[in-house]
Design a protein around this ligand. Structure first.
Ligand SMILES: Nc1ncnc2c1ncn2[C@@H]1O[C@H](COP(=O)(O)OP(=O)(O)OP(=O)(O)O)[C@@H](O)[C@H]1O
Length: 268
């Protein structure tokens, strides 16, 4: 008999992913399944391996070991097919300063095979969404950091990918743009898209992500929904910040504050 509980479709699968830089292992055997329609958050302390993982999923960095499948396509074996399904928003925007915003989107759209009115309409819609329309013909070199980030986000959505990979999405965005991006990611996921994001902003992760993995030393040390993480950390009702500090060694925070003579040291 057919049931309503079909196995969710895997949009992103990481199988035994390792990344070594010389003798240093930055990512140490990751296995993950991210489903269509899901926003998956990747958290961890500085140096945990988040950006390295994001860059491998985006196809700009090669794993030393393991396999990455995007919608069933092997990123290593068939990079073109797999990458077509991915929109990548890096943490440090790289843009051509001597192009205008409109020219940049036309350039990116052209790489994906779009042209003419269809491309112009898509670009206009995205620019409008991020209040960049009146900057369309201005050179990128005159854009602020946040405006560059918004242009980059627009370019990642241009070819209608099924998977959006975002490194630190909210950095540099003003509150209105951060809200638009959150709403955009949620609407994208509700529409069947998949989001894989790394962030240090725990409130964003808590509010936005359906599931979360906490990475430390290149390994996943906790994963699940917020409720599952609370259970795992034996922290009923806790916010993500408490869970994060607990599983990544929160005592160290009190030690640092104590060493600095802060409120913890003063017994406040
Ligand atoms: N090109 C590289 N060569 C050597 N080591 C590297 C290289 N890139 C990253 N690493 C190391 O790999 C580890 C993971 O780095 P990564 O940038 O993935 O961490 P992260 O979790 O994104 O950290 P952060 O939160 O500080 O951005 C770090 O110890 C870093 O020094």
């Amino acid at each position: 008999m057919l049931t309503d509980h079909a196995t969710p479709q895997s949009m992103l699968r990481l199988e035994g992913i390792r990344k070594r830089y010389g003798s240093f292992t930055a990512v140490d055997g990751l296995d993950l399944d991210v489903h269509a329609g899901e926003i998956f958050g990747f958290l961890g302390p500085n140096g945990a391996g988040k950006t390295t993982t994001i860059r491998m999923v985006a196809g700009v960095l090669q794993p030393t070991e393991g396999r990455i499948l995007v919608d069933g396509e092997d990123l290593h074996r068939d990079p073109e097919r797999a990458k077509r399904r991915v929109g990548y928003i890096p943490d440090r925007p790289f843009l051509y300063p001597k192009l205008s915003g409109g020219e940049f989107l036309r350039f990116v759209g052209g790489l994906w095979g779009y042209e003419g009115d269809e491309l112009e309409a898509r670009a206009d819609r995205l620019l409008e969404l991020f209040s960049l329309s009146r900057w369309k013909d201005e050179l990128v070199e005159s854009y602020s950091h946040g405006m560059r980030q918004k242009l980059l986000i627009s370019s990642a959505f241009l070819h209608e990918p099924g998977l959006i990979v975002v490194d630190e999405p909210m950095v540099g965005l003003d509150p209105r743009s951060a809200r638009i991006l959150k709403d955009l990611l949620r609407a994208f996921a509700d529409d069947g898209g998949t989001v894989f994001l790394s962030t240090h902003t725990l409130e964003v992760a808590e509010a936005l992500c359906d599931r979360i993995a906490i990475l430390q030393g290149g390994q996943v040390i906790a994963r699940g929904t917020m409720d599952e993480l609370r259970r795992e950390a034996s922290a009923g009702g806790a916010h993500l910040e408490d869970i994060f500090l607990k599983v990544t060694g929160g005592d160290a925070v009190a030690d640092v504050v104590a060493a600095l003579g802060g409120p913890v040291a003063a017994g406040v």
